[in-house]
Design a protein around this ligand. Sequence first.
Ligand SMILES: NC(=O)c1ccc[n+]([C@@H]2O[C@H](COP(=O)([O-])OP(=O)(O)OC[C@H]3O[C@@H](n4cnc5c(N)ncnc54)[C@H](O)[C@@H]3O)[C@@H](O)[C@H]2O)c1
Ligand SMILES: [Zn+2]
Length: 350
Amino acid sequence: MEKIIIGKNLLEKLDQLIDIKMFSKVVILTDKNVAKHWLMIIKRSFNKAVVIIIKPGEKEKNIKTVENIWKEMFKNRMDRRSILINLGGGVVCDMGGFAASIFMRGIDFINIPTTLLSMVDASVGGKTGIDFGEMKNGIGVFKNPIKTIIDINTLKTLPKRELIAAFGEIIKHGIISGREFFDLVTSKKPEEFSQDELIEIIKRSIKVKLKITNKDPEENGLRKVLNLGHTIGHAVESLSWKTDKPLLHGEAVAVGIVAECKLASSNLRGCTAVLSENNFKSIEKSIINAGLPTKVKDIKSDDIIKMILSDKKNNRETINWSLPKKIGKVAFNIKESNNLVIKAIKYILI
Ligand SMILES: NC(=O)c1ccc[n+]([C@@H]2O[C@H](COP(=O)([O-])OP(=O)(O)OC[C@H]3O[C@@H](n4cnc5c(N)ncnc54)[C@H](O)[C@@H]3O)[C@@H](O)[C@H]2O)c1
Ligand SMILES: [Zn+2]
């Protein structure tokens, strides 16, 4: 399984963390925003590395960009003993991991995540991939990086909105893990945590994720609990791109968590053997306190349903939900009536 190193000032000593002699060539994949702040420091360790800089943003996470990456890799004579270093957020890590995993039948790659979201989620767990048409992460493979290096300093240049968005996933990990971690991550506003506190949150968040993905790496069962908030979240994310308020992934997940917790809640269902009203309220409140959205505008419930049904996670007409029973217990493969689903979706629409 992958090796994860977390700390401060790690980019300055990458040559001590990566044994460059093991590889015939080093290629660094990054995006323009990240390159501006952090590429120079890395180049000090790997001055001969080939650098590929892509445009930033989810729109670039597609097969065309992967093709360009491969062209550059062939042009620079990379072979099966070369290594690709992904320096960036989830887009760079997902796409770079995918490009590496099938380049010449698969070469090693290292993730150096530079957004909080990619530190706690995208850069660990072995999912790589790209979007295809309207299908988010429609194409991809499971492949772990040989190393993940998390330098908390990189968050210094991350826009505040991106930092807050990551708490969509972190709160999700809190709901999966239990009261103690949930209370810790919701005890302050995201921007109020110190570097050391963030390191602790990242370590524990990764632990929550890896405990699950190590048991079920290819999502045959248990791993589905990590999809909490993502069934409605993915649909809302894609649909929001057509409005004048496009959501970040973590923001859409936050809205998705609210809708899916509503779907699980006793208040909606009129019975008690499900998520208690108290638990629902503390989850909703934690999302509001973090500065994340709980509702969306200009999106129709019918479009959300259509989008969910086209999601690769759902076999034809049945939607498989991952829903919490309480903070600390999420169940998966749950079927729900359309009637309840529509009510829950309406709750998040303005
Ligand atoms: N593989 C997985 O298990 C997994 C899990 C969660 C999310 N994801 C994927 O991750 C992606 C979202 O990742 P993200 O939120 O990191 O988005 P991102 O990679 O688009 O980065 C967000 C923005 O921040 C900029 N940026 C990155 N690091 C910076 C830094 N240190 N300083 C300044 N600017 C910086 C980027 O250029 C970009 O504009 C989505 O495509 C999602 O599907 C994958
Ligand atoms: Zn996610």
